[in-house]
Design a protein around this ligand. Sequence first.
Ligand SMILES: Nc1ncnc2c1ncn2[C@@H]1O[C@H](COP(=O)(O)OP(=O)(O)OP(=O)(O)O)[C@@H](O)[C@H]1O
Ligand SMILES: [Mg+2]
Length: 242
Amino acid sequence: MSRGIYIIGTDTDVGKTFITAVLVSLMRKSGYDTAYFKAVLSGAEKKGNKLVPGDTEFVCKASGLNEKYENLTPYIFETAVSPHLASKIEGIPIDINNIKRKFNFLKQKYDYIIAEGSGGIICPIIETNEGAYTLANLIKELGMGVLLVASAEVGTINHTVLTVEYAKNMGIEVRGIIINGYKNSISHIDNAEMIKKLTGIPILGLMPWIDEDHIKDISVSIRGISDETFEINSLINVMGEI
Ligand SMILES: Nc1ncnc2c1ncn2[C@@H]1O[C@H](COP(=O)(O)OP(=O)(O)OP(=O)(O)O)[C@@H](O)[C@H]1O
Ligand SMILES: [Mg+2]
């Protein structure tokens, strides 16, 4: 039996990949055989005639995970829009059963899976007659709990509480919140406290903004910051059986 967690965000670009890279690195360097999974990635970069999934590459390089990108990320689109639209524009239909097959492959091969969502929790993956099959539907069908990455900036209380309420409504358990880009300012301290009060969900980590100009090697830096920011045992504890 494997264990896993889905990393979701209050929005696109909030730092899901960065935090996931830190968490996968922490797990792997602590001896836990951990894989990364991202079902659908849009906005991939073309290198030669190959599309490279940037998030997947970032996490693998940072954590030393050595797995074929196609096993970690079954759907890759070049167009930088929501997955359902990228799929439509590029004429490549998304098959949820294929996503589940890839996920099961990883489940059999690795003891732990840390998956990253695309966009926010209501990110549409496939357009349907009624509306959309969203990231929330996928997480629910995979039977996973989530960690929510939130910004430290103004507006985060609203985004975070709304996301938590939506997840609850869908029957998805939010097991922890990680605040990204945190510094000890009056506003950031209050944002974190208010989020904790309003959601009743533990804050699992306060991740500072790492000034990339001062980073020679992002992977070395990520491995370094992981211990300072996260407790490995609290991370293992939030991972449910999958
Ligand atoms: N704590 C941090 N310190 C330094 N850089 C960061 C931090 N968090 C995020 N970044 C940078 O901010 C940018 C956006 O973050 P990231 O790619 O992790 O967002 P995301 O939520 O995964 O976006 P997407 O929805 O596209 O998957 C990236 O360039 C990332 O390296
Ligand atoms: Mg990402």
